[in-house]
Design a protein around this ligand. Sequence first.
Ligand code: GTP
Ligand code: MG
Length: 335
Amino acid sequence: RMYKSRSVCRRDTDVLSVPFLAIYESLIPPEEEKKKEKQVLALLEKLVRKEWPAAKLHLYGSRANSFGVSKSDIDVCLVIEEAGLKKAKIIRKLADVLRSDNLQNVQALTGARVPIVKLMDPVTGIPCNISINKLLAVVNTKLLRDYALIDPRLRQLAFIIKHWAKSRRVNETYHRTLSSYAYVLMCIHYLQMRRPAILPCLQEMETTYSVTVDDINCAFFDKVEKLRDFGRHNKETIAQLVRGFFHFWAYCHDYANSVISVRTGSIISKREKGWFIGTDNDRHLICIEDPFETSHDLGRVVDEYSIKVLREEFERAAEIMLNDPNPCIKLFKLY
Ligand code: GTP
Ligand code: MG
């Protein structure tokens, strides 16, 4: 009898999760998209091999890390050995190669921090970005995908947070708010910090996968099929996690002194990292450590204005989650 009443109680609290799970389901890309994406990749591979026969194309970003909603752009990394050639030069050559095959809207963006070729797939109209030798992104894509395989609540939470961030326009690095990659790291970190923990810290476990990229050793435990029930002692529902996430970023995070670190599964101090105004050109107003490029703060894009916008949005969301009996409408209200 006791068992019965407890399960009824759990189902009661989970009523709040129903609309969140419905939104999550509606954002999952349909199977056809995977097929089309394969066609685009095959076409690009064929064209690229004409110029660079040994080239390899890797899919990375949200199409490969399992945090991509329907119709996200296709991020591709071209890996070639062109010792001596500047990236900008390769980008221009690549753009020419693709243009010569009637592909439309091919742009070489060589001025950006990461030079890329942008194009539109003629069949699907899906935008596609090609970068050169950005292997760290391929490796961090694998880390994110492996985390997603451990507990289904990560993918649900990250879809909802990304959807919120896009709706509220705080997912635009050119407007000095955070990248999708940064939001996913915030979600992983939040689940690592739950007690009992929902996610482990893969980089602190036995190394089963290890590569060295740009002189950085990337090592972690990737036998995640062994961790499928890691989070079983924590029964928090998706609605509770969404509320907790916003509450943390609205009221609990110490913006002045703390750095969130997925690498260690903990919070570390800005002092320890030397992340103060004046030590480099970055402001470090919200600090998110990259799991591999540890000198890299994914919050570096945020400035004195956009930090206010971000924190007000976290507070708004936390407030809605606390007081609104039907929070989804307001939460995702387009800005
Ligand atoms: P959406 O396109 O918004 O669905 O998400 P996305 O995961 O593709 O996001 P984003 O455009 O932010 O980044 C694409 C990929 O590039 C990420 O998944 C990461 O693998 C990588 N990436 C993005 N920003 C950084 C960064 O600052 N440092 C590193 N090392 N990698 C990054
Ligand atoms: Mg992307």
